[in-house]
Write a protein that binds this ligand. Structure first.
Ligand code: PEP
Length: 248
């Protein structure tokens, strides 16, 4: 089943108000891309202002706390993201799993909080280079999905991003065959966890998606879009990726 593609940009800890012009330029590029969804997840500090630059492009957060409110200094609740107009929240990015020691149970709790706040949770999974070299990519990602995917989620509430850790920010990508194999495995696992809802969950590929490889990646079965880091920071780089998704 061909699902509506989603191209989501993760700005990470990049961008001040001076970058809002890029959001406006990305909106202009996305406005011409029919039949797909486009999102940008800027730093928390830009969510409100970015929302004023867009109508076609949705805005998302890069993380949220699992609790709705409380004594958690420096944290952001999913309800706060929704209050600013965000539509998505990324949870379980490998940089959060590594830098902040987040485990699958925490990632699932965050995804559930995002969904409860009315957001679409983008749950990230992916193996390290060592795990792939040991032939464990499939079992590692399968276990991450078992632990991180909210079992009651509907297809409309959930997106999964497959991001091999070794491909993030490195300019390296798996072979197209390896991407196809992992996305097929993820689809089967989502069906096992969610039943028929798993057929409608979009599975994004992430890790060094660039204008010159986007079309080939998005032509693969069960690649329902892309999660893009570095190349989402400028409209010049992101617009051709949006166009590749619209043409896929
Ligand atoms: C990411 O961190 O989600 C990502 C995919 O980064 P990059 O596109 O820069 O590899």
């Amino acid at each position: 089943m061909a699902l509506r593609k989603l191209v989501a940009g993760n700005w990470k800890m990049n961008g001040t108000r001076a970058a809002l012009g890029e959001i406006a330029a990305i909106e202009a590029a996305a406005a011409g891309a029919a039949g797909i969804d486009v999102a940008i997840c800027p730093p928390f500090t830009l969510i409100a202002a970015a929302g004023q630059q867009v109508s076609k492009v949705a805005i998302g957060g890069q993380d949220c706390h699992h609790a709705a409110k409380g004594a958690h200094t420096g944290c952001i609740a999913a309800t706060m993201l929704a209050d600013l107009g965000a539509r998505y929240v990324i949870v379980g990015h490998s940089e959060r799993r590594t830098d902040n020691g987040e485990d699958d149970a925490q990632v699932r709790a965050k995804a559930e909080a995002g969904i409860a706040a009315g957001l679409i949770a983008i749950v990230c999974v992916g193996e390290t280079e060592g795990e792939r070299d040991e032939g464990r990519a499939g079992s590692v990602v399968g276990a991450q999905l078992d632990g991180s995917v909210p079992p009651a989620a509907t297809a409309a509430q959930l997106v999964v991003a497959y991001e091999p850790v070794w491909a993030i920010g490195t300019g390296r990508t798996p072979s197209l065959d390896d991407v196809a194999e992992m996305h097929a495995l993820i689809r089967a696992k989502l069906l096992a966890i969610l039943g028929q809802e798993g057929a409608g969950v979009r599975i994004l590929y992430g890790g060094s998606v660039k204008p010159d490889n986007a079309a080939a990646l998005m032509a693969i079965a069960d690649v329902d879009g892309a999660l893009v880091g570095g190349a989402s920071l400028t409209a010049a780089q992101f617009a051709p990726i949006i166009e590749a998704a619209a043409g896929a």
